[in-house]
Design a protein around this ligand. Structure first.
Ligand code: HEC
Length: 280
């Protein structure tokens, strides 16, 4: 069963708006200019907000959680191995998803942190997926923890590994998911993110397939979203895009999401990660 839409937008409006976006582009400069102004204003606002650095609040909360002895095993996460050795945080975010020999699987960073909460602290996976995304009442611990870990990669180059065969397989799977069209509107990720100049209402839809632009799917996440004033990770973004696509929402921390994050991460390789940011 698909969950109910959180926003009361009729499907037709969204599909119509994408179409209108493409038509507007064809119609010429007046509308194109309007779009640029919206994007430019948002860009200014984002820079102001990032100077104030709202995301740091969540990094600070994540740090407390990382170091506290918690869970049934009364342990901290300080020995968590994010792929670069126990307790090494620097660079871990920009080098994930990656293959973890101890589980024989590729995991994205949020999934790996969850894995440490289960193995080191004794939390149950069900507890972690009870409320996976931020809402008006609370921000899940995993969101703050992921933001804390991400902060340690600020200013570093994105370098999602592809040396292990499983990592290359995961990338290929992610690519296949990205282009797979299905659902009531026959949409794929690429329908919205595979061409320049598309938008829904005032939101520009980044084209992740254009070289030099693919890092839009990585940079700025985890992000404090001004719409709703909530901190979100890429797990949430993927879920919300599956919803946009009229697909059933994937399970929290699923293989499908890891594969998409690997695909987008590898395509973003070489760009500089600015750290947790601000999103519209
Ligand atoms: C119906 C259109 C639609 C489809 C299909 C769609 N998305 Fe999105 N996507 C959006 C919208 C709208 C946004 C928000 C743009 C904004 O806030 O400026 C977005 C944002 C994103 C972002 C964040 C971009 C940024 O600037 O930070 C990522 C990453 C993303 N989508 C990935 C995907 C993936 C992967 C899929 C396929 C599973 C997908 N999207 C399918 C509409 C769509």
């Amino acid at each position: 069963m698909m969950k109910q839409w959180r926003r009361p937008t009729p499907c037709r409006t969204i599909a119509g708006a994408i179409l209108a976006g493409s038509l507007a582009l064809a119609a010429g400069t007046a509308l194109a200019q309007e779009r640029d102004i919206t994007a430019e204003q948002f860009e200014k606002f984002r820079m102001m907000m990032e100077e104030a650095n709202t995301a740091e609040l969540f990094e600070a909360r994540g740090e407390d959680l990382w170091k506290a002895r918690r869970g049934p095993k009364n342990a901290s996460l300080e020995q968590c191995d994010l792929g670069l050795g126990p307790g090494v945080l620097k660079g871990a975010y920009v080098q994930s998803p990656r293959y973890y020999p101890d589980v024989g699987k590729v995991m994205d960073i949020e999934r790996r942190i969850a894995h440490c909460m289960v193995t080191l602290q004794g939390f149950k996976p069900e507890d972690l997926s009870k409320q996976p995304f931020s809402n008006a009442k609370s921000t899940p611990e995993l969101v703050s923890l992921t933001t804390y870990v991400a902060g340690h990669s600020r200013g570093m180059k994105i370098a999602v590994p592809q040396s292990h065969p499983e990592e290359r397989e995961t990338y290929k799977l992610g690519e296949a998911v990205f282009y797979h069209r299905a659902g009531p509107w026959d949409l794929s990720c690429a329908s919205c993110h595979g061409e320049d100049g598309k938008r829904i209402r005032t939101q520009n839809l980044p084209n992740f397939t254009r070289p030099g632009n693919a890092d839009r799917g990585f940079i700025g996440w985890p992000g404090y979203r001004m719409t709703g004033g909530l901190m979100h990770t890429l797990q949430w973004r993927m879920n919300d895009c599956f919803r946009q696509q009229r697909f059933p929402e994937p399970g929290y921390l699923s293989d499908t999401v890891t594969a998409l994050l690997a695909y987008m991460g590898v395509n973003a390789n070489g760009s500089t990660y600015r750290g947790p940011g601000i999103k519209r």
